[in-house]
Design a protein around this ligand. Sequence first.
Ligand code: NAD
Ligand code: IPM
Ligand code: MN
Length: 355
Amino acid sequence: MTYRVVLLPGDGIGPDVTAAAVKVLERAITGQGIEIKIESHLLGGCAIDETGTPFPEKTQEAVQTADAVILGAVGGPKWDVGPGHLRPEAGLLALRRLLGVYANIRPVKAFPELIDASPLRKEIAQAVDIVIVRELTGGAYFGKRERGRDEAGARFAYDTMYYSEEEIRRVLQTAFETARLRRKKLTSVDKANVLDSSRLWREIVQEMSAQYPDVTVEHLLVDACAMHLVTHPQVFDVLVTENLFGDILSDESAVLTGSIGMLPSASLGQGIGLYEPIHGSAPDIAGLGIANPLGAILSVALLLRYSLHLEAAALRVEQAVASAVRDGARTKDLARQGENVLTTEQMTERVLSYL
Ligand code: NAD
Ligand code: IPM
Ligand code: MN
């Protein structure tokens, strides 16, 4: 069996962490009787530089026929000037939309050995084991109306948080099913005291909960949720929310584990899975070779699990990361004062040594 995986390294630290991810992927499938063909394409700032657009047609064609897509990160100060639709991030949103990956799964699990890297007290940080299910192709990121600025001489701007019933139902289904396979608790996060889109969201959660009597459902306002995530994160099992809230809450949750560089994600929907670490292109450390590759490497584990259905290989990658961390391997973002700091490549070698 041969699979085609499209690689979109992107900008900043993207190429470094995806190079690490590919090495681990290739090692993980050795002896599995399968072959993976990796094909690299342009997305983001690098694509703007080469072709004038963040999501060139050639990339669009390639991803639509792939078995899975691995993405590094896009964006950077160099491209923060152009009009909205010509920015690297617009290319990423168009990619998600084209693939129809409406459910973004972001597992947040503390590694016991990294507790010291978390700003939270040990007893709080060590119990963190959450899956965030973030709606990924709707809400204010896409809107119903065009977004806009400045008409008739006045300066203004608007973004519309639009959700249809269908968009809400399908991501909730993923969330309920995810909860069913875990500790059977689902926290739906919204701003139903203010937003109409949240009131519809809550209504649909209520309706669907009848089909999942084994899952305990709770509703939480997003501002309170932001607080609970740092005061008692251990109460959360599966957390489901709309696009923008999910973006913010997942960065917040990432620090519970020690570093944003640790968190992987899988974006699932109509078939082709998209796998990316949750962090960005980290312009402040780009080119230094010190980025933490573990979020990208753990994203490969999710690819093995969800797109290739190789659960054992996925677990081996996750265990190799855990072993490297247990062994004291630390990139700069994870290291305490006086601890030995590894480069991206050295960290990758440490993970490979356990595979
Ligand atoms: P960021 O995630 O790139 O960086 C935030 C901080 O975390 C920085 O200090 C950075 O050095 C650090 N960091 C992030 N990943 C790290 C890693 N793997 N190892 C070590 N440290 C890491 O967020 P930002 O600075 O707000 O955004 C920078 C650019 O990235 C922006 O253009 C933004 O739009 C883009 N971005 C892209 C994606 C994506 O492609 N999926 C995600 C988030 C942000
Ligand atoms: C993420 C990023 C993106 C998002 C940006 C770069 C469009 O922050 O993947 O979390 O907001 O979805
Ligand atoms: Mn984000």
